[in-house]
Design a protein around this ligand. Structure first.
Ligand SMILES: Cc1cc2nc3c(=O)[nH]c(=O)nc-3n(C[C@H](O)[C@H](O)[C@H](O)COP(=O)(O)OP(=O)(O)OC[C@H]3O[C@@H](n4cnc5c(N)ncnc54)[C@H](O)[C@@H]3O)c2cc1C
Length: 418
């Protein structure tokens, strides 16, 4: 595989760049912000719809699902351009990247039309109900129950239990919810996936305020109390929910590393800026002594190594193999991001604790309120202290670092299970 762009890849890039130049939402629109990862304000719905109609929302998918059958190399170019320009594809990432592909892979034709296509068109938003108070890393231990035989027709599921850390639940239209349908079966085999309308009677969302902003909540605790769910909302087979929970194997998921690596590169650039002339006034926020220079250089090398690892993984994915590089990258990128944010915060000394101070994307001297905290990509906008606290999220969501290390030890290195 050649990574240098050939003519057709260059043409693909130019077409996308020109389309973005002409179609991006106006800056004022994007700054209107959003409440949570399932809140789709009108501009975001319109933007997602524009992307979808032009075949730029899910370019790796077939045309009947709004794609353009892009090759892995084209998809990589697509994600690199979006990451560089900081363009969000959707303000409901869990709907676009997890729910829609899962319904396309496992759902019925009717579910594809009614839910997957409506999701892609930005008409509906989603949360994902996996984690519970006693089932996080060990998802298969989930205990929220769904029993068949309820509701007026007697042919519905009735759901009881609790989920937690459900991103955007208070704004979502639907939940892709994992429930226990056969308590007698071995734990992986008794789980089903249901589409639950979040407006159903018996659902209570209790938002959990964030560590970095007590007035803002994305996560919820979600309680289900005799919630009636039509049987046709089962995704995949009854008791076949484990497969659905393992996600789509589509190429798009294998491109997530591009966003993570780009974030690390930006953070490293922020560290360089801290020790350079951040304000343009001839002063740097941090003295660049040998130990700072050494730490920043080492993080820059890590970022380069990640990019090379990602390209090697892409090469393997394009050849139809499951690349171990991508499991390693989730761990490597999230831990490196955390280290980089800690370095920035530490280097500033007591000023590093200033929640309104500079950050990886906010040079020292820039007004704290210069960029609204609710912008898409807001996770990257706050001060070094805020970014350090937020960087822990990447080491937990989608599988904690400890679990990733277990996976690498067992599945990549072939070590025996401990
Ligand atoms: C930003 C963010 C968004 C999220 N969004 C959602 C969402 O939308 N929907 C949803 O369902 N969940 C969501 N989650 C929850 C996330 O999936 C869980 O937090 C994660 O799976 C870990 O589960 P837990 O918090 O219960 O921790 P636990 O599983 O209880 O783990 C606690 C600690 O023990 C360690 N540990 C556990 N098992 C092992 C083991 N076998 N070996 C070594 N160490 C172990 C873990 O690494 C961790 O350090 C989100 C989390 C974050 C941070």
């Amino acid at each position: 595989m050649r990574l240098a762009a050939d003519e057709s890849l260059s043409a693909f890039r130019s077409e996308l760049e020109s389309w973005l130049d002409e179609n991006l939402p106006a800056e004022g629109e994007m700054e209107k912000g959003r409440n949570s990862t399932a809140d789709l304000p009108p501009w975001a719905r319109a933007w997602q719809r524009r992307l979808f109609d032009a075949g730029w929302l899910v370019p790796g998918w077939p045309p009947e699902l709004g794609g353009r059958d892009a090759s892995p190399e084209e998809l990589m170019a697509y994600f690199e351009i979006l990451a560089r320009r900081e363009v969000p594809r959707s303000l409901n990432p869990q709907g676009l990247s997890i729910v829609a592909p899962s319904i396309v892979d496992w759902g019925t034709d009717e579910q594809r039309e009614r839910y997957a296509l409506a999701t892609l068109r930005g008409e509906i938003s989603w949360c994902i109900g996996m984690s519970e108070p006693d089932a996080g890393s060990d998802l298969a231990s989930l205990s929220t129950r769904a029993e068949l035989g309820g509701g007026p027709s007697g042919a519905n599921f009735v759901v009881n239990g609790q989920k937690v850390w459900t991103s955007g639940a208070h704004d979502a239209d639907y939940c892709l919810c994992f429930v226990r349908t056969d308590p007698g079966a071995p734990k992986h085999r008794g789980i089903s996936a249901l589409i639950i309308d979040m407006a159903s009677a018996g659902i209570t969302c209790r938002p959990l305020p964030e560590l970095t902003d007590r007035d803002h909540a994305d996560f919820d605790e979600v309680f289900f109390d005799d919630v009636v769910v039509p049987q046709e909302n089962l995704v995949g087979d009854l008791n076949g929910g484990w497969k659905v929970s393992q996600g789509s194997l589509g190429h798009e998921r294998s491109m997530l590393w591009i966003m993570n690596v780009t974030r690390v590169e930006r953070t490293v650039a922020g560290l360089v800026r801290l020790a350079s002339d951040g304000t343009g006034a001839g002063e740097s926020a941090v003295t660049c002594d040998a130990s700072y220079a050494d730490a920043v250089a080492s993080l820059a090398i890590d970022a380069q190594a990640m990019r090379c690892l990602g390209y090697r993984g892409l090469h393997r994915a394009a050849a139809g193999q499951a690349p171990p590089e991508h499991a390693i990258l989730k761990l490597f990128a999230s831990e490196t991001e955390r280290k980089a944010c800690l370095l920035g915060m530490d280097a500033l000394g007591p000023a590093g604790l200033d929640l309104d101070g500079p950050g990886p994307l906010r040079p020292s001297g820039a007004p704290a309120g210069g960029v609204p905290a609710t912008l898409p990509g807001d996770f990257e906008r706050g001060s070094w202290a805020v970014q350090y606290l937020r960087s822990f999220a990447g080491t937990i969501a989608g599988g904690t670092s400890e679990i990733q290390r277990n996976i690498i030890a067992e599945r990549v290195l072939g070590l025996p299970r401990s």
